[in-house]
Design a protein around this ligand. Structure first.
Ligand code: AMP
Ligand code: FE
Ligand code: FE
Ligand code: ZN
Length: 291
């Protein structure tokens, strides 16, 4: 093959995986090994609000013959709704995006401490318990508090923690700073990346952003939606597929693997070759790492 010929990736592709750099339970290299063991040939690492796992994951992918797409799941908020914006192939040195992720991560620490203080009024839980469950420098979140509750024998697993103590209705919840989704999409796009709204239509009253707001996201540079995801509702997927077709957007499918932290398995949803190609063609921030 001529040196100038474009390198092509090989499917199947799973573009949403978490490591212990955020709330997954495995190292970046182990996540890639698990993905390979589940038959995937192209993977993206998408830790919450940080990119520190990229090098380790890329190295593991290269040694296993997988294509690696650097990514991140950026925290955002629309009114009261938590919105997750997946960013792919952006420039990790972009100063505006870096400043925003630093701000989010910093605020997440104080927020997690406040949640733990609230819980500590009724249960035997202290901040050190959470620190013990969090990899050095990881983006801290409620899953680490859940793991601390498990270690203390207060709940059986993360699911029980999220259904109970960590649920906002229980009164211990605190929010953290996050940018508006329009800002999140612009930051990723301006850094040369492709912004894809993660699990946009999960079950629950009023969880979906209104359609006119989705249209504003498209105007702001939105690349597409993660449609095949176990938490999206069937009706929501139909609506989004239609919306995506009308606006010529990318649609992805992914597992949202968190190691032992969630039942999601690598490759339980995948993204079509055509859509991965569109995503790669659209990005200018950083190149895919081909084996
Ligand atoms: P936070 O961003 O700190 O509010 O925590 C939200 C994170 O918790 C999400 O990124 C999910 O990965 C995780 N999460 C939400 N619900 C559950 C659940 N039922 N079991 C395990 N992890 C969950
Ligand atoms: Fe997560
Ligand atoms: Fe998410
Ligand atoms: Zn995720």
């Amino acid at each position: 093959m001529a040196a100038s010929a474009p390198r092509r990736f090989v499917g199947p592709a799973d573009l949403h995986l978490h490591s212990n750099q955020s709330d997954g339970t495995e190292s970046p290299a182990e996540v890639v090994r698990q993905a390979a063991a589940h038959g995937l040939r192209t993977v993206a690492l998408t830790d919450h609000d940080r990119t520190t796992g990229w090098d380790e994951a890329a190295e593991a992918a290269a040694s296993l013959g997988l294509t690696f797409l650097p990514g991140m799941e950026l925290s955002a908020k629309h009114e009261w709704r938590s919105v997750h914006v997946l960013g792919y192939l952006f420039d990790p040195s972009d100063s505006a995006l870096r400043a925003e992720t630093e701000r989010i991560r910093g605020d997440r620490i104080g927020r997690a401490e406040r949640i733990v203080r609230n819980i500590g009024r009724d249960y035997d839980l202290v901040w050190e318990d959470v620190v013990a469950q969090t990899a050095p420098d990881a983006t801290v979140g409620r899953p680490h508090i859940a793991d601390a509750l498990v270690a203390r024998g207060i709940v059986r697993d993360r699911t029980e923690a999220f259904d109970g103590i960590l649920h906002p209705r229980e009164g211990y919840y605190e929010p953290h700073y996050a940018p508006d989704p329009l800002t999140a999409v612009r930051l990723i796009t301006d850094a040369g990346g492709v912004a894809i709204i993660a699990h946009p239509v999960t079950a629950g009253r009023d969880r979906m952003m209104p359609v006119p707001f989705l249209e504003r996201l498209v105007d702001a540079g939105l690349g597409g939606f993660e449609i095949d995801h176990r938490e999206n509702t069937a009706a929501g997927k139909r609506m989004l597929r239609d919306f995506a077709a009308r606006h010529d957007l990318i649609v992805t499918g992914s597992s949202d693997y968190h190691g032992a932290g969630k039942p999601n398995r690598p490759g339980e949803n995948t993204t079509s070759d055509e859509m991965v190609e569109r995503l790669i063609a659209r990005a200018t921030g950083t190149a895919p790492r081909y084996p």
